[in-house]
Write a protein that binds this ligand. Structure first.
Ligand code: XMP
Length: 521
């Protein structure tokens, strides 16, 4: 596998994904990992990521210099090139001006990693510092007008580096550079494919679980559904899925869970009808955080009351994915890779109850989880489901949640989804991309706690408005309102007022995040 040393938030993740896109397994490790630990992990290759810091800053992320002498090929990008240089006796200085964005490099001499790429080519730069003098044994393999060492290498020691970012799509030959390193220099094979992964995971789950029983909280979301399908493939009916239906799922979702898991996969499924208990719990509650707390606490109560009744359950399977772990573990604790473990303590086990966890997705990125789901035979509708908050529609109903409001919202929301699913599908047909530039990433209806005047036929009405929210985003951290064509918005509006009783007006939310959030509560 390839160990990606992470010198700064987010940089390592993108590199790890690019390597995996080439069907080579890669893992992120903290940059200050020791040479002993790396020897023990025995990666076939190391990539040093970029980072936001200057190598000479007081709190600059550091690495163990002895790693360069382990005989493992190393490739450094940006900060990775600079730290390689400083650690091996070269020098880093300020360039006359920074270089941000596209730049043109000119190749010098031969280079194993630039092999087969043109003499001049466009790369993506983002730096102020640069290597001023390369360490002994290195040659400069490309330059730009501003940057005297755009890339360097010492092929005899298998050490390579670029000031630019090959992991960024804007670097025209970034993929070739990575391929040259992984397949040419390191001799790796592109055999990390979904079929191999499934075989491997199935085997690992069987080994770990033996003939014990496993329980899983199925939400209908992507991660828990993929875990269910995977664990079921491994151990069949030793798995029981518990689906807690709090009544605030979207229209058709409980039915889809039943259809897929009970009928198609034949998984032992306990469908907990908790709708009435939740309705009581939420009666009179208007504060959003109160809603969240009550719904979350009740969820685990419902789940454990089923789990405790089942005999011989030893394991709880969870849909923890790689970004959860990277974010909760590595960087915050600054700990070693081996100490990166997920948020086990977040599950509120009742007194005297404990299950060991299995987290078969804990090293997969979200889109890899989706690919796994497709390979396991889950329907696209489930695998490409948009994000949906745990508290469900409760936080899309402003004010108190009542059966009347829930019914309106479910119906209006179903129309929004139907129309925008179709819109996204059209974009997918045109672009071949699931999350292309204008596709909607998350879209839903919100029910505010007001009424407004309207007129239908000769009658004055006093009914509810529905807010349509549709955003473009890739990670929910920031989002922009989707620039939907007018006819699409018009179609949603007229369908909602025509088809949903109690609604006489539709409005469209045109606020980005920030300053707004995606949800209304
Ligand atoms: P906001 O509204 O903060 O949402 O822009 C960002 C993303 O998080 C989702 N979200 C939640 N997910 N429980 C969840 O599981 C919640 O309480 C919750 N609140 C917001 C939201 O749908 C969006 O994708």
């Amino acid at each position: 596998f390839v160990a990606v040393f992470d010198f700064g938030a987010q940089y390592g993740q993108l590199i790890a994904r690019r390597v995996r896109d080439l069907h080579v397994y890669s893992e992120i490790v903290p940059c200050d990992i020791s040479a002993e630990e790396i020897s023990r992990m025995a990666p076939s290759a190391i990539i040093l990521s970029g980072g936001p810091a200057s190598v000479y800053a007081d709190d600059a992320p550091d690495m163990d210099k002895r790693i360069f002498s382990l005989g493992i090929p190393v490739l450094g990008f940006c900060y990775g090139q600079q730290i390689m240089s400083v650690k091996l006796g070269g020098e880093v200085g300020h360039t006359e001006k920074g270089e941000y964005g596209p730049a043109t490099i000119t190749r010098q001499g031969t280079s194993r990693i630039l092999d087969g790429t043109p003499d001049t080519q466009t790369v993506w730069m983002s730096h102020r510092d640069a290597v001023a003098r390369v360490p002994e044994g290195f040659t400069v393999t490309s330059t730009t007008d501003v940057c005297p060492v755009a890339s360097m290498e010492d092929a005899s020691r298998n050490l390579y580096a670029t000031q630019f970012h090959p992991e960024v799509r804007h670097t025209a030959y970034g993929k070739s550079i990575l391929e040259n390193f992984l397949f040419g220099v390191c001799g790796l094979e592109p055999n990390w494919t979904m079929d191999n992964i499934i075989d491997e995971k199935v085997e690992a789950i069987r080994q770990q679980v033996g003939d014990s029983k496993v329980i899983l909280a199925l939400s209908g979301g992507v991660d828990s559904s993929v875990v269910a399908a995977l664990v079921h493939r491994a151990i069949g009916d030793q798995l029981t899925c518990v689906f807690v239906n709090h009544g605030m799922l979207r229209k058709g979702e409980p039915e889809m869970v039943e259809e897929v898991f009970r009928k198609q996969f034949n998984v032992p499924l306990v469908h907990v009808h908790a709708e009435e208990r939740y309705a009581k719990l939420l009666a009179g509650v208007t504060d959003p955080e109160q809603k969240r707390r009550r719904i979350g606490t009740q969820f685990w109560k419902e789940f454990f009351s089923v789990a405790q009744k089942l005999d011989g359950v030893k394991y709880l399977a969870q849909g923890t994915i790689y970004p959860d772990i990277i974010e909760s573990g590595a960087r915050k604790t600054g700990g070693k890779a081996s100490t990166i473990k997920s948020h086990h303590n977040l599950i509120p086990f009742p007194e005297g109850v404990h299950f060991d966890l299995i987290e078969p997705l804990d090293h997969f990125f979200k889109d890899e989880v989706r690919e796994l789901g497709v390979s396991l035979g889950l329907p696209a509708k489930m695998v490409y489901r948009q994000p949906f908050p745990g508290p469900g529609l409760a936080i899309r109903i402003i004010g108190e949640v009542t059966p009347e409001k829930l019914a309106i919202l479910k119906n209006a929301d179903a129309i929004v989804r139907e129309e925008l699913d179709a819109y996204n599908e059209r974009l997918f047909q045109e672009t071949g991309e699931r999350n292309s530039e204008h596709s909607c990433w998350q879209y839903f209806a919100v029910l505010p706690d007001i009424k407004s005047v309207g007129v239908m036929g000769d009658e004055r009405t006093y009914q509810r408005p529905v807010i349509v929210r549709a955003v473009e985003s890739s990670d929910a951290m920031t989002a922009d309102w989707a620039k939907l064509p007018y006819d699409v918005i018009g179609q949603i509006s007229s369908r909602i007022v025509d088809e949903v009783d109690g609604v006489n007006r539709v409005v469209y939310d045109v606020t980005p995040k920030p300053p707004a959030t995606i949800e209304w509560e």
